[in-house]
Design a protein around this ligand. Sequence first.
Ligand SMILES: O=C(NCCCOCn1ccc2cnccc21)c1cc(-c2ccc(F)cc2)cc(O)c1O
Ligand SMILES: [Mg+2]
Length: 214
Amino acid sequence: TGSSRPQRILKAVQKNATKGDPQSVISAIDYYCRHKEWAMNVGDDKGLILDSVLTEVNPSMALELGTYCGYSSVRIARLLSPNSKLITVEFNPAFAAIARQIIAYAGLQDKVTIVEGASGDLIPKMKERFGLKSFDFVFLDHWKDRYVPDTKLLEDCGLLRKGTVLLADNVICPGAPEYLKYVRNNPRYESRYYPSVLEYTKAEDGLEKSVFLG
Ligand SMILES: O=C(NCCCOCn1ccc2cnccc21)c1cc(-c2ccc(F)cc2)cc(O)c1O
Ligand SMILES: [Mg+2]
């Protein structure tokens, strides 16, 4: 049988990027997915917004829900300060295996921990597993109907602190309407919408940034 799309993305990174150079890994994936075959990375347009929010937050502990090939894991980890960490959760073991190789190719394996499984099962175990108090930053990019239940789970597990920033991808396309309702009409969050486009297309999409007020 043939290769998978994630395997082809890894090949493109190995062919076109420089080992240990995260920006070249990002550019290689963006080039491949814009000109060869589309893939559901956050992409370069929304990626610039992700970069700016990350630079502003400068998280010590970051969580990503939805690793896929590790494109946004590389975008996030390359901007983390020394000793800061990213935990990224991926449901699909084949995706996780590719992401591990792409993150390692970028030289960011010491900053990123990939955890395989369902967010609903893993979130309640995070404190004990990683000895962490709370997350400073959460990037939501997994099943869009899990954004609300997992945000509530993070609250209930005491994994959010006053000032934790949640950044949600795809709030327009494919869309996360319940999530927008949840964070926008909630006195415990201060939300702002960043309009952009669906990765590698001209379709409307955007990111929602929500600060947990405690
Ligand atoms: O579906 C998308 N992402 C989610 C993947 C599965 O995530 C599953 N998953 C990953 C961890 C994890 C943990 N627990 C449960 C499920 C968990 C997604 C989809 C599109 C898209 C837009 C237009 C289209 F025509 C088609 C697709 C764009 C995006 O940017 C996306 O992010
Ligand atoms: Mg996405």
